[in-house]
Design a protein around this ligand. Structure first.
Ligand code: HPA
Length: 247
């Protein structure tokens, strides 16, 4: 048995990024999580964040069950994918970004495993919310594949499922955000609490509200589908890097 185990948490438009085999309904104290094995990859699990048939909106995703289930299945590295809008004119639709920071504007989500049960009060350091080890592996993989990726970016997470107003986007830009999505939090924070090394690959699908005149989910899906092949290559190469024990 290998000691390193990987999972991909796949977001919008990425449900078919791998060929799947067995389904696992993993029971957790938060409910069931739906995971899949990936054909021909014994040490890789696949978790479609919105469900395999895209049935869960961002604010209804059971983030706690998902991360708990990955921990229960002994996963130590997670690569997540996120569809995002861009607040930064340099990041045009189709760009890949490896975010390094998060601003969390979600409001209705259970966002910690530590509720102080039994007087056990736990605080978690998220100064750098993404795993540098997984981020470095993704950056090394992109170099090997000669794929252009942006090495940094601040991801602002909104509650959704509505898109943002133009004024909200102006405000987030002043706060330093580069990209906006609805699923990065609390996922990254829960992974940190669980001791899982977690990083994300964000794909810009549109300019954010007010920069673009209008946002269409159809267009978001279309760009993500077109990004699937590059995403698959990037993820496999990053896993190779992590397997080789490179930084
Ligand atoms: N806002 C929030 N989430 C998104 C966007 C956006 O513009 N595009 C893709 N996911």
């Amino acid at each position: 048995m290998r000691s390193q185990k990987y999972a991909v948490i796949a977001g919008t438009g990425m449900a078919k990024v791998f060929e799947l085999s067995e389904k696992h309904d993993v029971e957790t104290p938060y409910g069931f999580a739906e995971l899949y094995s990936v054909k021909n990859f014994q040490n890789l699990l696949f978790l479609p964040r919105h469900g395999i048939g895209y049935t869960l909106p961002p604010h209804k995703i059971n983030y706690c069950a998902n991360i708990y289930a990955l921990k229960k299945m002994s996963v130590n590295y997670v690569i997540a994918t996120n569809a995002v809008g861009s607040l930064n004119r340099r990041l045009s639709p189709g760009s890949f970004v490896i975010p390094d920071q998060i601003i969390d504007f979600t409001r209705s989500r259970k966002s910690t495993f530590f509720e102080g049960e039994g007087g056990n009060v736990v605080f978690t350091d998220v100064t750098f919310p993404y795993s540098e080890k997984v981020r470095s592996a993704l950056l090394e993989a992109s170099k090997r594949l000669q794929m252009k990726v942006y090495r940094k970016g601040t991801y602002v997470c909104t509650e959704g499922p509505r898109y943002e107003t133009a004024a909200e986007i102006r405000a987030y830009k002043i706060l330093g955000a580069d990209i906006v999505g609805m699923t990065g939090a609390p996922e990254a924070f829960l992974a940190r609490e669980a001791g899982i090394e977690y990083a994300s690959v964000a794909v810009v699908t549109n300019y954010a509200a007010g920069i673009a005149k209008q946002i269409s989910h159809g267009l978001v899906m279309d760009i993500m589908h077109r990004a699937q092949e590059s995403m698959r290559k990037l993820i496999f190469e990053a896993i190779n890097v992590l397997e080789a024990g490179l930084k």
